[in-house]
Ligand binder design. Structure first.
Ligand code: ZN
Ligand code: ZN
Length: 601
C-alpha cells in the first residue's frame, strides 16, 4: 500500500517540477505553463470513491475470449456485469457450451442486486438461462439484448424481472448507481457502464470500438467518457480483444462501400453470410438490395429469429414486408433480383451456407457465378472449417468474396490507438484489462504503462481471483472463488468433468473393445463362445484373423484363471483386461478401452 501511495506522490511531484521550471520565464509563458500544470494535476487527481472496501471478481472472460461475467461486491451487495457462455475448446469432446461457475453467486444469493448487460452477444448473455435456473436475478439490458434474452428465457421456460435500459439512462441497482453510455460494436445498442457505489467509481467499457460513422449514426459517447474521467474513475475494465492490432479499427462505413461495389457489379444472385446479431449491417444489405431491385430471402434459424426480433423492435422499419420472399419460394425469381442473407459465416456444419455448399439445402442449389460473400472473419479456432466450406464453394464455381480480399467485414473491437484514446479520457487510478486471452491482457497492460499508468496500478487477474480495492490501495486475492469452466452437455450442467472428458478423449483416440463371457456358476465352465465386439479399433469384417486370435487369448486367460481358482468376477475381469491389452498393443500399437463383461448363469 505504501508503495502505491508513493507512486502517486511521484506523479504529482513530477508535475510540480515542471511548474518550478516555468518560473523566471516570460509571464505569458508562465501562465501557459501553469495551465498545463493544472491540467496535469487534474489528470492525477482522483476523488477516490469511498472508504468502503470492495471486490471485483471476474467469474469468466479473463485469459479467454468468452463467458464474460464480472461481479462487483461492496457492503454485502453484489452487482453482476454480463453473463455469457464460451464455445468448447478442441479437446472438450461432445460439450455443447461452457459457462462460468456460479457457485459463489449461489453461496451469496442474498447479496445479489441485479445483472446489467453490456450487449447481446452470446459471450455476454449466453449464460443467463443457466444462472436464472439457479437464482432469481433482475436483468437490465438494452432493447435488442433484452429481446434476445427474452427469447432464451422463453425457450427455457424461465422468467425474471427485466428492465430495458438505453444509453444515457441512470438507474439504481441496490446501492449501485449505474449509468449506461453509448458505444459502438458489431451489434446494435452496445453500452459501457459507469458504476458509482460506496466503494468508488468503476467504468466498464463492454466490447467496443470508436466508430465515427456507425451505420445507426450513434457515435460512441466520448464526451461523456471524458467527463467521467474528469470526475475521477477508480477502476477501468476495458476490452482487450484487438489490443495487438495497431492503428484504428475501420468504420462500418467501409463495409457499406464494399457492399455497394458488389451490388453494382453483378447481375447474379448474391448470397451473404454474416453474424445474425449484426442487425445494422444486415439492414444495409437489405437497403442495398432494395436499391438494386432485389428481393430478399433469409435462411438459417438464428438469422430468422434475430431478424424477426429486429423487425418487431423497429430496427428494420424502412424495409417493407413486400421486399421479403420465403426461401422456399425463390425458384421463380431471376438471379439478378435476389439476395439471400444466411447463417454459416463460421463454417458451422449444420448452418444454411454449409448446407448450400454441400447441396444439402432444401431450397437453394448454388449456380455457377453466384456471388457468395463472407461478411465476417473466422473466429480463432474456426479457420479450418471455414476454409473447407470455402473450398467446397469453389467446387461449385461460385464467386467467393472473403474479408481478406475485400473490406466486407470490419471488427467490432477497438485497436490500440482507440484503446489509448479511452485510457486518456478515463485516466483511471487502477486498471484491469478485460475481455482477452492472456497475451491480450499483458499487451493491454503494456499499452496502459506506455501512457503513464504505473505498473503497480494494473492488475491482470484470472477467473475466480478478486481485486480488492480500499480507497487508494489495491491488491489481488488469488483463487478467491472458483473460476472453473462448467461444461454443458445436453441437459447436464457440470456433470461432465475432467475425468469424463479424459474417458471421451481415450475413446475417441483408441476405440472400445467389449468381451462378454458366460460361466456356469457351479462348475466355472464356459456356457457359450465368448463374444467380442470392437468400436473404432479395427474394421471387424476385414480383420477376422485378428479377432479369432484375440478370442483364443480370452480362452487361454479363462483356462489359466480356472487352474488358479480365480474365476471370481473381479479377478477374471482384471486378467482378461490385462492379457487383452498386451495382445492388442503387440498387434496394433493401440490401447483401446477394454470392457470385459462376466455373467454367471
Ligand atoms: Zn461483443
Ligand atoms: Zn465479447
Amino acid at each position: 500500500m505504501a508503495r502505491l501511495k508513493n507512486n502517486y506522490k511521484r506523479r504529482n511531484i513530477k508535475t510540480n517540477n515542471s511548474a518550478t521550471k516555468a518560473r523566471g520565464q516570460s509571464s505569458r509563458k508562465k501562465v501557459k505553463e501553469e495551465i498545463v500544470t493544472k491540467a496535469a494535476i487534474k489528470r492525477t487527481k482522483h476523488p477516490a470513491g469511498g472508504s468502503v472496501p470492495y471486490r471485483v471478481i471476474p467469474l469468466g472472460g479473463l485469459k479467454e475470449i468468452g463467458k464474460n461475467c464480472t461481479l462487483i461486491e461492496c457492503n454485502d451487495e453484489i452487482l453482476i456485469i454480463d453473463c455469457g457462455f464460451a464455445f468448447p475448446e478442441y479437446e472438450m469432446f461432445g460439450i455443447d457450451i461452457v459457462i462460468p461457475d456460479f457457485s459463489y453467486l449461489k453461496e451469496n444469493s442474498g447479496k445479489i442486486k441485479g445483472l446489467i448487460i453490456t450487449h447481446g452477444h452470446e459471450d455476454h448473455i449466453g449464460g443467463i438461462p443457466y444462472l436464472l435456473r439457479e437464482l432469481n436475478v433482475p436483468v437490465y439490458a438494452s432493447p435488442l439484448a433484452m429481446g434476445l434474452i427474452e427469447h432464451k428465457l422463453e425457450e427455457n421456460g424461465l422468467w425474471c424481472e427485466t428492465h430495458v435500459i438505453r444509453a444515457g439512462d441512470i438507474f439504481n441497482v441496490g446501492s449501485f448507481r449505474v449509468e449506461a453510455i453509448q458505444t459502438n460494436h458489431s451489434i446494435a445498442d452496445s453500452l459501457a457502464f459507469s458504476v458509482r457505489f460506496p466503494g468508488g467509481h468503476i467504468v466498464h467499457t463492454g466490447d467496443f470500438k470508436v466508430d465515427f460513422a456507425p451505420l445507426d449514426g450513434k457515435v460512441i459517447d466520448l464526451r461523456r467518457l471524458a467527463q467521467l474521467g474528469d470526475e475521477g474513475v477508480d477502476l477501468l475494465l476495458c476490452d482487450s480483444t484487438n489490443v495487438m492490432r495497431t492503428g484504428y479499427t475501420p468504420s462500418e462505413a467501409v463495409v457499406r462501400k464494399s457492399i455497394d461495389e458488389i451490388f453494382d457489379n453483378t447481375d447474379k444472385r448474391i448470397i451473404i453470410a454474416t453474424f445474425s446479431s449484426n442487425v445494422h449491417r444486415i439492414k444495409y444489405f437489405m437497403e442495398a438490395s432494395m436499391k438494386h431491385n432485389r428481393r430478399i430471402a433469409v435462411s438459417g434459424k438464428s438469422m430468422e429469429n434475430v431478424l424477426s426480433l429486429a423487425r418487431e423492435l423497429g430496427y428494420l422499419d424502412n424495409i417493407p414486408d413486400s421486399v421479403f420472399v420465403r426461401i422456399s419460394d425463390i425458384r421463380n425469381i431471376p438471379d439478378g433480383s435476389l439476395t439471400i442473407i444466411t447463417t454459416g459465416s463460421q463454417g458451422e456444419p449444420m448452418s444454411a451456407l454449409t448446407r448450400m455448399a454441400y447441396d444439402q439445402h432444401k431450397s437453394v442449389r448454388l449456380k455457377k457465378n453466384d456471388v457468395v460473400v463472407f461478411s465476417s472473419s473466422p473466429i480463432p479456432g474456426n479457420e479450418k472449417v471455414v476454409s473447407q466450406v470455402v473450398n467446397q464453394l469453389y467446387e461449385k464455381n461460385v464467386k467467393v468474396v472473403l474479408a481478406s480480399a475485400m473490406d466486407v467485414h470490419v471488427s467490432g473491437h477497438a485497436s490500440s490507438e482507440e484503446l489509448k484514446l479511452i485510457h486518456t479520457l478515463i485516466r483511471p487510478r487502477f486498471f484491469m484489462p478485460a475481455h482477452g486471452e492472456h497475451r491480450h491482457l499483458v499487451e493491454h497492460s503494456r499499452l496502459a504503462q506506455s501512457l503513464g499508468q504505473p505498473e503497480e496500478h494494473i492488475f491482470i487477474l484470472s477467473n475466480g481471483d478478486a481485486l480488492c480495492i480500499d480507497g487508494s490501495s489495491a491488491h489481488i486475492e488469488k483463487g478467491y472463488t472458483s473460476g472453473e469452466d462448467v461444461m454443458v452437455d445436453g441437459y447436464g450442467v457440470g456433470d461432465v468433468g475432467n475425468a469424463v472428458l479424459r474417458e471421451r478423449k481415450h475413446l475417441s483416440q483408441s476405440g472400445l473393445v467389449t468381451i462378454a463371457v458366460a460361466l456356469d456358476t457351479a462348475t466355472g465352465s464356459l456356457m457359450a463362445v465368448p463374444e467380442m465386439r470392437t468400436i473404432g479399433l479395427v474394421y471387424e469384417v476385414e480383420h477376422k484373423d485378428f479377432l479369432d486370435e484375440a478370442l483364443s487369448i480370452v480362452y487361454n486367460t479363462i483356462g489359466k484363471c480356472a487352474e488358479e481358482g480365480t474365476l471370481d468376477e473381479s479377478s477374471l475381469t482384471k486378467a482378461i483386461r490385462s492379457d487383452m491389452k498386451s495382445f492388442i498393443y503387440r498387434q496394433t500399437k493401440r490401447s483401446p478401452v477394454i470392457i470385459p463383461i462376466i455373467l454367471y448363469v
